[in-house]
Design a protein around this ligand. Sequence first.
Ligand code: XMP
Length: 517
Amino acid sequence: PALVVDFGAQYAQLIARRVREAGVYSEIVPHTATAAEIAAKNPVALLLSGGPSSVYEEGAPKLDPEVFELGVPTLGICYGFQYMAQTLGGEVANTGLREYGATDAYIPENGSSLLAGQPVAQNVWMSHGDQVARAPEGFEVLATTDATKVAAFANEERKLYGVQWHPEVKHSDHGQAILENFLHRSAGLAADWNSDNVIAEQIERIRAQVGDARVISALSGGVDSAVSTALVHKAIGDQLTAVFVDHGLLRKGEREQVERDYVASTGVRLITVDAADTFLGHLAGVTDPETKRKIIGREFIRAFEKVQRDLVDEAKASGEKVKFLVQGTLYPDVVESGGGAGTANIKSHHNVGGLPDDLDFALIEPLRTLFKDEVREIGRELGIPEAIVGRQPFPGPGLGIRIIGEVTRERLDVLREADAIAREELSAAGMDQAIWQCPVVLLADVRSVGVQGDGRTYGHPIVLRPVSSEDAMTADWTRLPYDVLAKISNRITNEVSEVNRVVLDVTSKPPATIEWE
Ligand code: XMP
């Protein structure tokens, strides 16, 4: 792989994604990895990320200097660039001249593989206080800005390169082209990482891991579990059983999507557990959000354990419980949890409703190295319907945490209708890309007066919560066009008789969370 050395910025993941977009498989390693550890991964290129520190500060993140002796083509970015400069005998200083944001870079004629042929003047994205005051010996300066004498350099012979700016952000006009130059020209790598290869490679891996054992998979209807299940099915066919728990808190059409469209497109053997009565029975009278979540999580596990008991591993003469479980863990989860080494047990995972640590399974995680957009791509490749692959995030506890107040069948029906209308109109207006998700919430314990036809009504409000977000950690409310909001409001109040008012949530996260409970 191409390895991205993480110096502690949020940029490492972005760099890794851009490298993959250039058709080269990438992984992230911490800057504490030794040269030997890095070499053991057989890197074809190294990219050193930016970071928040000054290279000469005490405690600034370091990298084993032997890394520069490995003979692997290396590109330093921002902090990585300065670190390379300092380590190889150049000079880094704080000149008092800072650059933040859009900056003009000047790239005179040069013969480097990194910047040759690049526009002489270009807009680059900067974010630095320190700068490289002198390039190390043997390095050619490739670019300058008004404030920075050494904004990029190269040692073509040693295949060492650096840029002060951030080519991985879209605000750098030719950023991707520069990363591609580094990968394809400087490092001579072919652009051969694509979803076909991922699928083929994963299939081989899964077969080797599983042998003839049986495997189960919890389908939630979400993207990650849908794609990981389909991949495993492609590898081992009917050794896999997918389990879908209908807890009665699903959105309109969701069960049909899984039972009909998903099964038709993948051929997966599916067990649906009809558990709505059980779930709703336990939720009766409960209004506290955390209690609701706990009940839903607990009942989910019970349903799942029952399936695990009922299914036996036919490959074992003893007919033991099934030992393998498919999990839709993605690369950001792996990186964020300290990354790399495979964890033996299941962490409580949103997507499958919170399976606990002590469920005794060996995990199959075919999406462990992938980003969300790559997962969607693979899902499409595997023929999973767009309605599932393109889905917005939906919480495991489902509509149960979108009814403020007690969850009942009647209230679920009301919310389900309102939610279906909102989703339909948002899609029709082409808003699906603009929003991250749009929870629709029923304020079941609130009533307000309305007038409809000739009569007074006393109904419930529905809240629309459209949000824009990168990762759900922070979010802003989406400025939807008024006419789209008007259409949704009209339809909901006309078609859902218990609702006589639609309101818009205009709060960012923080301070509010995306969901209401
Ligand atoms: P909050 O409400 O915490 O939500 O801002 C952040 C994101 O997580 C989703 N969410 C969940 N997803 N199980 C899930 O699978 C859950 O229990 C859960 N709670 C919140 C929420 O929809 C949003 O995308």
